[in-house]
Each structure stands twice: as structure tokens, then as C-alpha cells.
Design a protein around this ligand. Structure first.
Ligand code: MN
Length: 233
């Protein structure tokens, strides 16, 4: 009797676990198609869904033009490198390698960024992520102040990043320039905030600090927690 109840419980747990297992599968961000080409993932919400914090016009340009340009740039650089292998002509290998880094990082960071946000998001993280933030930064408020300062003070174009270092088993806040510079190798990005001017200038003009603070009203902490969980496995 007890065993059958246990089995029912296990089955229920397994069924309940399916969506979250699916959500942390390796290609959850849908950044490639079946033939391995990089593609622009759809937004998980409407273009106006993040208003008033991020306006519709900014979202349309940002996703449909800027992000798409990184996808195209990455595919083009990989094609040029494939051609280099075919012709054994590596004269431009340094150029195309840097293009892979720039456009590849641009593509992947944006794919994470869209899913890090949701309408009516914000609040505070819960569970293991909340505990890890408290352990690493002292408190959620201390983390938030650090993250806001890092993102606001990026020189020029870049990102604020909360990442997980799987080797040191630690959370890190990073201040990334462009899409790829000042990154710590091996760290998995969990929560990323685009502070390029194209991300906020239509609505906020030069008030980057206001945009960074507004981001905390639309963070999808469930997505961040799933990334944290996946990064630890
Ligand atoms: Mn961007």
C-alpha cells in the first residue's frame, strides 16, 4: 500500500517535472535551426508587452534589426571560415575569428536577454537562486546595487551580467564591454542587461541609470533560476 502511494507520488513528481526539464534542455533558447544555422528566436511576448519600461518601437528595432544583424554576421563569418578551410586560404582568419566572437556573443546574449524579461516581472528571486545570491553578495539588495552600478557604468556599449562559474561554483557580477570583452571564460550568463544605446535611447535618451533601474520591474526570475539550475548540472 505504502509502496503504491510512493509510486503515485513519484509519477506525479515526474509528470510535474517534465516542463521544467524541457525548459532547461540545451537548446531551450532556440538559437539554431535543425540544420545548425543560427536563427533569430521569436520574442516570448508581444513587442509592446514590456511597456512602459521598454517601449514597443525600441523592442521592434532591437529584436528585428539589431539582433538579426548579429545572427547574420555570425552565419556569414562561419561561412567565410568554412570557405577558408576549403581553399586553405587563412589570410583573413583573425578577422573572421573576431567576427565570430563579436556576432556570436551578440546573438547569444540577446537570446538570453529576451527571456530574462517578462511583462509584470520583477520582485525578488526565490529558492536556491535567492540563497546563492545571499551567500555570494550578502543580500539581494547588495547584489542589486552592485549589478545596477556595474551595468550603469559600462564605458560605451556593453552589458551588465550575473553569471555562474561552474568551476568555482560561484555567482559573479561582470561588466562586459561590447558583447564579449571583459567576460570571465567558462562563466554561464544567467541574467544579462543590454546597455548599448540602441537598447534604451529612444525612450530614455541619455538616462541609462533610469533604464537600468526599470529593468528590475521586468526581470523574469523563473528564467534566471532555470538557467542557474541548468548551469550547475
Ligand atoms: Mn542590443
Amino acid at each position: 500500500m505504502r509502496k503504491s502511494i510512493l509510486m503515485i507520488c513519484l509519477t506525479a513528481v515526474t509528470l510535474l517535472a517534465v516542463p521544467s526539464l524541457y525548459a532547461v534542455s540545451p537548446n531551450q533558447d532556440m538559437v539554431t535551426n535543425e540544420s545548425g544555422e543560427y536563427i533569430l528566436p521569436e520574442l516570448p511576448y508581444a513587442y509592446n508587452a514590456l511597456e512602459p519600461h521598454i517601449d514597443e518601437a525600441t523592442m521592434r528595432l532591437h529584436h528585428g534589426k539589431h539582433h538579426l544583424a548579429y545572427v547574420n554576421g555570425l552565419n556569414a563569418a562561419l561561412k567565410a571560415l568554412a570557405q577558408a578551410r576549403e581553399t586553405s586560404n587563412y589570410d583573413l582568419v583573425s578577422y573572421y575569428s573576431s567576427q565570430v566572437s563579436f556576432h556570436g556573443s551578440g546573438h547569444l546574449m540577446h537570446a538570453i536577454f529576451w527571456k530574462n524579461m517578462k511583462p509584470n516581472g520583477g520582485g525578488v528571486p526565490t529558492g536556491k537562486l535567492a540563497a546563492a545570491i545571499d551567500k555570494e553578495f550578502g543580500s539581494f539588495d547588495a547584489f542589486k546595487a552592485h549589478y545596477i552600478a556595474a551595468a550603469t557604468k559600462v564605458e560605451g556599449s556593453g552589458w551588465g551580467v550575473l553569471g555562474y562559474d561552474p568551476m568555482g561554483k560561484k555567482l559573479l557580477v561582470m561588466q562586459v564591454e561590447k558583447h564579449q570583452n571583459l567576460f570571465v571564460s567558462g562563466v554561464v550568463p544567467l541574467l544579462v542587461l543590454d546597455v548599448w544605446e540602441h537598447a534604451y535611447y529612444l525612450n530614455y535618451q541619455n538616462r541609462r541609470a533610469d533604464y537600468v533601474k526599470a529593468f528590475f520591474n521586468i526581470i523574469n526570475w523563473e528564467d534566471v533560476a532555470q538557467r542557474f539550475e541548468a548551469a550547475q548540472n
